[in-house]
Ligand binder design. Structure first.
Ligand SMILES: [Zn+2]
Length: 129
């Protein structure tokens, strides 16, 4: 029997593949093991380059649930989040994310330290010459 984590990841992939673009990613927001909101990225639909699936899921969940921060929510993504999404997830106080990478479900617990490591100064300094 598949765990609920597999179910949510599968849903994020299914909705991403349901559209006719390879640019789409899927996101499923979960609260207390209940699906709250599921979406694909909407960059073309909303004519907004920042409307990645994770960002859309955060915006819509907040509006729908009338909450400011998403402390006890979990986010399931069809792919590894980009730097913008990772930062948005941390700013929304989502602590746990699951995403698919190389056909394996990866888990990340977010904190300010994780973010700082993800965007270490070395990467930025390496480009300066
Ligand atoms: Zn993104």
């Amino acid at each position: 029997m598949l765990s609920s984590k597999h179910t949510y990841i599968d849903k994020s992939i299914t909705i991403a593949k349901g559209k006719d673009s390879c640019l789409l990613a899927g996101a499923v927001m979960v609260y207390k093991d209940k699906e709250i909101y599921a979406t694909t990225s909407k960059t073309l639909e909303e004519d907004d380059p920042t409307a990645h699936a994770a960002v859309v899921a955060i915006r819509k969940t907040r509006a729908q649930q009338h909450v400011f921060l998403l402390n006890d929510y979990e986010l399931y993504l069809s792919e590894k989040p980009c730097p913008m999404c990772l930062t948005a997830i941390e700013q929304a106080h989502i602590k746990k994310i699951y995403y698919l990478e190389y056909n394996k479900i990866k888990y990340m617990e977010l904190s300010r330290n994780v973010l700082l490591n993800a965007f270490s100064l070395r990467e930025f300094n390496a480009k300066k010459t």
